[in-house]
Design a protein around this ligand. Sequence first.
Ligand SMILES: Cc1cc2nc3c(=O)[nH]c(=O)nc-3n(C[C@H](O)[C@H](O)[C@H](O)COP(=O)(O)OP(=O)(O)OC[C@H]3O[C@@H](n4cnc5c(N)ncnc54)[C@H](O)[C@@H]3O)c2cc1C
Length: 252
Amino acid sequence: MAKKKSPPRQLTVLKRSNVSPHMLRITFGGPGLQGFPDDQDSAYIKLLMTEPPEDSDERPVVRTYTVRHYDAASSELDVDFVLHDSEGPAANWAKNCVPGDTIKVMGPGPKKLVDYSADWFLLVGDMSALPAISANIEGMPEDAKGFAILEVIEEADRQNLKAPAGLEIQWVMNPQPEEPSERLLNAVKALEWRPGRPSIWVAGEFSAALGVRSYLKKERGVDRKDLYASSYWQMGKSEDEHRVSKRNAPDD
Ligand SMILES: Cc1cc2nc3c(=O)[nH]c(=O)nc-3n(C[C@H](O)[C@H](O)[C@H](O)COP(=O)(O)OP(=O)(O)OC[C@H]3O[C@@H](n4cnc5c(N)ncnc54)[C@H](O)[C@@H]3O)c2cc1C
């Protein structure tokens, strides 16, 4: 029998903090967080931007975000929102919310972590993936080696990451994230490959993520089991339209 979905939780906005010019942290709390599973940094949640009446066939508008940090002791959950230039219900909601506002949230869904037993690591992503990548990096063993290639909009969007000394962090600037770009791909191409088995994690804009995934598989011969590659958003498409693109994307 199919597992019944848990009902959404109603979370309350506790505070807003500016992580960087284009990243806004919303801290959620309230009684709805009770029973939220511990150790969920990097897992995804779905925010319900609309809630159609129960007797309607309409589907809710949902948007996917990452648990940047959940502190069970203080019962606070941080979510980092990219403040992008286009109109989008989630980014708009984040820009305008105030402490005391509530929102329904489903999840958490499974965490997507690198394999910490690999010989070396490569993490690649834009600002939408920075919360998940940061959580991945925080879980790494102290002697971890490799690279993180992180695309942000401007210098001031760089974050101080708690990274092991052997993880080289490269920041790539892209002031126009909603225009086609091969910045991440070019940075990956320029890497000096390490010996041994890598564990590679890639996420970001649809075409950019597909481009990097295709290069890693075809040109670097990366094995499927050593690679997590996902697209987190798509230029000019809402999350609902992006989901359709993902379903139809080539599996190369
Ligand atoms: C598993 C997963 C985890 C995610 N975690 C996070 C997270 O922690 N933080 C986060 O900010 N995003 C995250 N995202 C991406 C987020 O779901 C999308 O960016 C989403 O489209 C935002 O919804 P929206 O309502 O603001 O815009 P939508 O209505 O979905 O899109 C409207 C327009 O906005 C533009 N747009 C959307 N997102 C971006 C962007 N990031 N940069 C530039 N332009 C954009 C597009 O051109 C689009 O046409 C995650 C996605 C996935 C799949």
